[in-house]
Structure formats: structure tokens, C-alpha cells
Write a protein that binds this ligand. Structure first.
Ligand code: ATP
Ligand code: PRP
Ligand code: NIO
Length: 480
């Protein structure tokens, strides 16, 4: 069994729709799908797009091997063998555009657009949403955490609490691209080149007759990078004094202790007391790491209390996005081919938020030329031509039509980048370091009011007048 093969990492109904298309001779009919979410997570003002790296590898690796085909042949649907033969030759041959990882993205705008034969486009939905919903959620959570501790070291400690192995490593990657500094997960380090770091567990101390002996042996083993966990017995009476003794002993050997870690109790009080004790011993250089079910809200509160924490180990709350464990990204058909032409399609719903916006669309980030600051995103139909020409555009918010305005002195940055063209990968994926700096550059383009963690100002996503008219026209048609 190859646990790494993701070809069947899809919902059965996708294969069934592929089969039905094939049986009805419509499998080569083109379809345009868009993936987007309707609501930003955590009440945040933006989300950080992530998941493209894995999606690209998934699309490239889509092959139905013999074992997969044998399994499909056993299904009660009774797929005909000629269909399975077609699957045996499956390759993705369509076009994909996507936001780049690290980009700031917003509700209601396409994050990924896929134009491909219906047969292929259906297959990709489940895995695409699985990857981008999770990774975007974790990257966004990580960005919130980074925001409350802009200058501190952030360590991702979540693996033991993650929703299984994939979530741990891809979550570690998402956290890193949105501003974390290191992960404790060695596999994530190995796979993605993320810096790794580690202290030690309480068990190391418990394995020895005395805490001081445990500390000394650990320090001797890792003289250049030791951080000692000081809360196994009593943080201020035993842990910190023992760490100080060992740090002094290290100085005698010509070494410097890196840090101590606090993992329980009142982290504000303990960090202040520990800092004072370390400083009094002339150990100003020894850093204080804190962990214990931390999130951005507790961290902000700890800072408000004057906590003296240099470095934060964050696990459960980050890797499970505990306050909102799912992002509701969807994948919707926006156009289909008819007689060689694209025809926009709509999905109507009693819930206005769920009515889709027909037609294949591009996203432009409208930048004020005077300030260099992003003022809105603009979603226009792909057949409206290139918005970058600089013509005045009418910014129109369907939810608030009276808030219309026209902008002329702007730069429009196209946000959806070609990733696959006729099945060929045309996107040179940046390495993680470049993605991280791209993310920081993106943040710098936004007003602080849109970025703040609590009650951020809404960043507008406008729809072109043509796209809006097409939508209302289709709603009218479908309702009559
Ligand atoms: N000064 C503080 N202000 C606000 N929250 C804090 C402060 N100090 C610690 N916390 C947080 O309060 C929670 C305390 O959790 P809990 O009671 O389970 O920990 P503990 O009893 O100190 O340690 P443990 O059970 O892990 O031995 C944690 O989320 C921790 O990060
Ligand atoms: O608290 P998190 O943000 O999830 O960070 C990871 C936690 O994992 C370790 O704890 P351990 O597994 O020993 O559990 P405990 O400290 O909660 O008992 C470590 O000491 C952190 O407290
Ligand atoms: O290295 C650490 O201190 C660590 C790693 C994972 C989880 N908790 C702590």
C-alpha cells in the first residue's frame, strides 16, 4: 500500500460524475471552476493563502496505477472497463491560475481558477479544498500570532496535538510561511527546509535523581544551544536556581546557555521573576521561552502584563486552529463550454451569500499610486480585458451599491498567476524563504486598520459592473 499516493484522495461523487460524463459523451466538455471562501476566519481582516505547493505536486502526480484501478473496479457502481482504461491514461491537460502562497486574500474572490475538461476539473475539487482550506487557515492563525509578537522568536510545537501527520507537517509549513521562525517537527524541517529547534521534556528531568544533574548533563551534551525546562518540580525555588547554577558552570567552560523554558503556572509572574533572577546572576543573555496552550490572545495579555518572554512555543491552538477549526472554502462551477464558447452559469440559493457569481474571473489588487497602499480588490470577468491598462474603473460593491466610486490613479496588480497551461506546469514555485518575504511585502501594502487583529476595518472586494450585470441577468432568467 502506497500511503503517499493521493489519486484517490477525492470524494466518490467526483469519480461518479466523471463516469457519468464519460458515459454521456460530455467528458471533454470544458468547465471553469473557482475556489473561494465566503467568510474570513477568526474575525480577522485578511487570510494568508497557502496550499498551492502541495496542490501543484498533487496535480503533477495524478495517475491511476494498476492497484488504484483494481480498487475502482471493485466498487458497486460497476464502472465499465473502458472507463478504467481511460483513467489509466489520465493526465491533467487543463489550465490553472492561482493566488500565490503568502498572499493576503479576502472573502468572495477567486483564489484558484481551473479551466479544464469536465472530466478533469471535477476530480481536483476535493483535494484542492482539503489543501487550501487547512493550510490557509493555519497560515492565517500564524499571521495573527506573529502580529502580537512582531520581534519575538515563534516556534511551532504542534505535532503531538495536530489532526494526524499530514496536518502536522503542512501546518508547520503554513505557519512558517506566515512568519513563524522554526518548527519542532523534523520531517517538516527535512521536507521543506524549515529551521528546526527543540528543548527537552519533563521526562528528561524525571529520569535523573536531581534536576541539577539533569540540567548539567543536557548542557554538557548541547553546550552551544541548550534551553532548559525549569518547571518540573518548582519553577522559582528549584528550576530557575538550578538553571542558573548550570549556566554559571557553562560560563566556566567557555559556553553560554541559550535559554530556559516555562511551561506552566502564571507565565507573566514567573517570567518576570525568572528574568530578575537571571539578570541578578549576570545572565542577561539567557532567553526565556514560554509554552503551555498559548494563542495570540493569551500572548497579547501576557505582554500587557509585562511578561518577560523572548520566545514562544505554540502548539495546539495553532496547529488545530482551535478557535475555528475549519475554513469553509468552496469550489464552484462558473462557466461551461457550449458550441466552442464559454457560457456563464449560476447557482441560486435562498441565502444571498451562497448565490455564485457567474463567469470566469480575474482578481486585481488596486493600489493607490500616490501612497502605494492597497485600496480594494477588484474582481472582473476574464473577457473584460486587462484592467492594467489604467482606464478609470468603477468600484462597485454589490452589497453596498451606494458606496460606488471611480478610481483612476491606480496600479492594478493581477493576483491570479498562471500555474498550469494545457497541463504543463508554467509556474516556477518560489522557495519558502521567498514566499515568506513575499508575505511580508504583502502586509506592508495594507493599511494597519485592515490588518488589526480585533475588529479590523473591512477591506473591500469589488465586482466589475459587467460581472454584476451578468449575475443579475442570470438570476432573473433562472427565477422566471
Ligand atoms: N499570566 C497569565 N495570564 C493569562 N493567561 C495565562 C497566564 N499565565 C498562563 N496563562 C495561560 O493560562 C492557561 C493555564 O492553563 P493550565 O491551568 O492548564 O496550566 P497550568 O496549571 O499552569 O499548567 P499545567 O496544567 O500544564 O501543569 C494556559 O493557556 C496558559 O498559557
Ligand atoms: O501547549 P501547546 O501549545 O500545545 O504546546 C506544546 C506542548 O507540548 C508539550 O507539552 P506536553 O505534551 O508535555 O503536555 P502538557 O505540558 O500539556 O502536559 C510542551 O511542553 C507544550 O506545553
Ligand atoms: O522542543 C520543545 O520544547 C517542544 C517540542 C514539542 C512540543 N513541546 C515542546
Amino acid at each position: 500500500m502506497n500511503y503517499g499516493d493521493l489519486t484517490l484522495h477525492t470524494d466518490k461523487y467526483q469519480i461518479n460524475m466523471m463516469y457519468a460524463h464519460w458515459r454521456n459523451g460530455t467528458d471533454r466538455q470544458k468547465a471553469a471552476f473557482e475556489a473561494y471562501f465566503r467568510k474570513l476566519p477568526f474575525g480577522n481582516g485578511f487570510a494568508v493563502f497557502a496550499g498551492l505547493g502541495r496542490f501543484v505536486e498533487y496535480v503533477r502526480g495524478l495517475r491511476f496505477d494498476d492497484e488504484t484501478l483494481r480498487y475502482l473496479a471493485e466498487q458497486e457502481e460497476g464502472y465499465e472497463s473502458a472507463f478504467l482504461d481511460k483513467l489509466a491514461g489520465f493526465r491533467f491537460t487543463g489550465d490553472i491560475w492561482s493566488m500565490e502562497e503568502g498572499a493576503l486574500v479576502f472573502a468572495g474572490e477567486p483564489l484558484v481558477r481551473i479551466e479544464a475538461e469536465a472530466f478533469e476539473a471535477h476530480l481536483l475539487e476535493t483535494a484542492l479544498l482539503n489543501f487550501i482550506n487547512y493550510q490557509t487557515l493555519i497560515a492565517t492563525k500564524a499571521a495573527r500570532i506573529r502580529q502580537v509578537a512582531p520581534d519575538d522568536a515563534l516556534l511551532e510545537f504542534g505535532t503531538r496535538r495536530a489532526q494526524e501527520a499530514d496536518a502536522a507537517v503542512w501546518g508547520a509549513r503554513a505557519a512558517y510561511l506566515a512568519g513563524f521562525d522554526a518548527t519542532s517537527n523534523l520531517r517538516a524541517g527535512h521536507l521543506f527546509g524549515i529551521p528546526t529547534s527543540g528543548t527537552h521534556a519533563h521526562a528528561w528531568v524525571q529520569m535523573h535523581d536531581s534536576e541539577e544533574e539533569a540540567f548539567r548533563l543536557y548542557a554538557q551534551t548541547f553546550p552551544l544551544q541548550v534551553t532548559l525546562l525549569v518547571d518540573t518540580y518548582d519553577t522559582l525555588r528549584s528550576g530557575v536556581p538550578n538553571a542558573i547554577r548550570v549556566a554559571k558552570w557553562m560560563e566556566d567552560q567557555g559556553w553560554r546557555m541559550q535559554g530556559i523554558r516555562l511551561d506552566s503556572g502564571d507565565l507573566a509572574y514567573l517570567s518576570k521573576e525568572a528574568r530578575a533572577m537571571l539578570d541578578q546572576a549576570g545572565l542577561e543573555y539567557v532567553k526565556i521561552v514560554a509554552s503551555n496552550d498559548l494563542d495570540e490572545n493569551i500572548m497579547l495579555d501576557l505582554k500587557a502584563q509585562g511578561a518577560r518572554i523572548d520566545s514562544w512555543g505554540i502548539g495546539t491552538q495553532l496547529i488545530t486552529a482551535a478557535d475555528q477549526p475549519a475554513l469553509g472554502g468552496v469550489y464552484k462551477l462558473v462557466a461551461k463550454e457550449r458550441d466552442g464558447e464559454w457560457e456563464p452559469v449560476i447557482k441560486i440559493s435562498g441565502n444571498p451569500e451562497k448565490v455564485t457569481t457567474p463567469g470566469a474571473k480575474d482578481v486585481y489588487r488596486i493600489i493607490d499610486r500616490g501612497t502605494g497602499i492597497a485600496i480594494a480588490d477588484y474582481v472582473a470577468l476574464t473577457d473584460e480585458g486587462d484592467v492594467r491598462s489604467g482606464e478609470p474603473i468603477e468600484l462597485f460593491d454589490p452589497a453596498h451599491p451606494y458606496l460606488n466610486r471611480t478610481v483612476s490613479d491606480y496600479e492594478a496588480l493581477p493576483m491570479l498567476t498562471p500555474v498550469f497551461r494545457r497541463g504543463e506546469l508554467v509556474y516556477g514555485q518560489p522557495d519558502l524563504t521567498a514566499i515568506r518575504s513575499g508575505h511580508r511585502r504583502q502586509l506592508a501594502m495594507f493599511r494597519r486598520e485592515h490588518l488589526r487583529k480585533l475588529n479590523p476595518e473591512h477591506y473591500p472586494v469589488y465586482l466589475s459592473v459587467k460581472a454584476w450585470k451578468q449575475k443579475t441577468e442570470l438570476i432573473r432568467k433562472r427565477k422566471t
